[in-house]
Each structure stands twice: as C-alpha cells, then as structure tokens.
Design a protein around this ligand. Sequence first.
Ligand SMILES: *Cc1c(COP(=O)(O)O)cnc(C)c1O
Length: 383
Amino acid sequence: MTRLETLAVHAGHSPDPATGAVSPPIYLSTTFAREPDGTLPHGFLYARNDNPNRRELEIALAALEGGAAALAFASGMAATAAVFQSLAPGDHVVAPLDAYYGTAKLLRDVMAGWGLASTLVDMTDPDAVARAVTPRTRLVWIETPSNPTLAVTDIARVAAIARAAGARVVCDNTWATPVLQRPLELGTDLVMHSTTKYLGGHSDLTGGALVAAAENDWTARLRTLQTLGGAVPSAFDCWLLMRGIRSLPWRMRGHCENAAAVAAFLAAHEAVEVVHYPGLGGDPGHAVAARQMHGAGGMVSVQVKGGAPAALELVRRVRLFTRATSLGGTESLIEHRASVEGPESRTPPGLLRLSIGLEHADDLLEDLDQALRGGYCPASASG
Ligand SMILES: *Cc1c(COP(=O)(O)O)cnc(C)c1O
C-alpha cells in the first residue's frame, strides 16, 4: 500500500474498533482517563499534547510525504513559526525573496527582534544561495513554485548547497502538494504545508503541518514547540482535513488539467502581457519543473496589458471566479495580489493570481474571455 491514491484514502484510518464506524468519530474530549496504576492505556493525556484525530492526521501526513514523522499545527504560519523558533538567537536563515509574504514578514517583524538574522535571495539562482550562506546559516527555506510569480527553485541543487554548508533545509510544499512534488526525496529535511489550501481542499479549515525526513533531536524540539506553544488544530479541523486528504490526488488532477487550459488560453490572448505557469513551454521555470514536479499545479498568475487599472477592471468583471484571497479549494478564485500585500509588496501591479478550481474548464475560459473582452481597449492599453 504505497501508491498515493491508496495512502490518501487509507493512511491513518481504519473502522472505529468500538463501533465499526467507517467514518471516524470526532474526539472532542480534552482529557483522557488513567488506569488505577496511573498509566494511560491509549497514550493520550491531554488534548493540547495529542488527541486521536490529530494522531490519525499526523500518520496520514507523514505517509503522504514519505516522511518519518508529521506534526499538525493550527495554521501554516504556526508551523512556520515553530521552525524559526527551533533555531537560536544569532543563527542565520536564507529564504526566497518571493517567499509567501507572511513568511518574510515573520522573519522581518518578529524573528529579527528575537536575534534571528535572515537574508532573502533569488532562489532560482543557486549561485545567489551559495553567496548568501554564512558560517552562521542554520536553515535554508525553499518555497516552490513561489507565490505569486510561480518561480521554480531547483530543490535538489539548493538542498545540496545548504547541506554542504551544514544548514538544514525546509521546503514550503503548499502549492505543489505531495502529489506533484516530493521535497524529502529531493534532499530536504522538512516539508511545511499550509493545509488550509489544497490538503484541506474545500476552503473550510485552517491548518499547518511539518513533515520530517527523520525522527531526531530537531523533530523532538519541533514537537516541544508544537505542544508547548499550543498552536495546535482542533479535533474537528483534523477530521475535516482527513476528509479532504482522501480525495487530494484526484482533486490535484482536476486542478492541473483546468489550470493548464486556463494558462494556455491566457497566453494566447491579445490583452495578456505574460502568464506565469511552469507548465507552459516558454516559462522560465519550465525545465526545472518538468524535472522535479509531476504536474504544474492549479495556480496561474497573469499580468494583463494596461497594468493595475486593467487588472482591477478584469477582477471587477468576472462572474464565475470569486474575488477572494487564498487558494486550493474546489471553487476558482481571483485576486489582485499587490492590493492585498500592501505598500511593501514586490508583486507587479498588473498581476492577478488565479486559484483554478474544479469547475468545467470551458466555463472558466468563457468567464475570463468575457471579462477580458469587456475590460480591454487596445487603443488605451500601454506596456
Ligand atoms: C497560505 C500560505 C501560507 C500560510 O498558511 P496559513 O494556513 O494561512 O497560516 C504559507 N505558505 C504558502 C505558500 C501559503 O500559500
């Protein structure tokens, strides 16, 4: 039982021994009874430390990524914060210039004051990573494909550079999911997920996860930060996430198929300046993506001609796409990222990020077509 579809359905899950229930119960209890001799018959003590739904989920997450252990958190950012907190003041982190904005903001606004230094580099350039590494570097943080420009980092190459420098390597695998990309097999020590996105898959839970290649001192330290920091997911969120995971491999096929159709349509449209999608032959990340990914994913970013005004007009005109942040759900979303990220944003002002859902591809294309046609006026468009 090692194929991903089968693991997604079965890992961490079997009929409830007490009742035969095929769908697992949700264990809301915060505390667990001891035997007269003080022992805990099932190993559960208190819900912040561990609970049955979280244990099932952590088994499933480890199986999906091919890791030795997994730790579930209340959000992706809680998982990220635990990784940074596992380091010591004076340590140095190398992270991508286009990391998820919350990751970069956490390093700058919180961890810097705590004494954790960081350097942000263009990770698509392995030489830049090699130059940024110092004797104090303890961690290299990879995120690929990146948000929102879908830049692709060569995981194996960057992991080798980090390893040679004695630093650990983490990959934020939120956008690719274990279905499309296997960072632990490419040499990273840890995978991080915002399970809020594709793993949950239905825009109805917030969660995060770390999956470790090995059980070691670092994993133990991360578990201490998980249970003592207390940013742990509720039993219900664990249950919802288990339910989402069961269909993950099949949902990813649909997301990839639809996103490829949308990317090809946009790339051929006269109102479009550039499409960022590693599945397109001309994309700068295409060659590396073709080597390290099993599909280009469900996220597409597009820059329309006419900059921010034209982009905002397109967003105003869509009917089927929902104007909302986040990604990875069954419904298609569209967002003007620069507006969300604020004045410090490095995102091109005309860029729109699309999370391609599981609607029929033709309906998505028709919606984009009518929205682009309405908003585009060749005579006034510039650049
Ligand atoms: C959403 C996201 C995060 C943060 O996760 P939350 O669950 O919102 O805390 C981190 N990395 C990436 C790539 C994301 O898309």
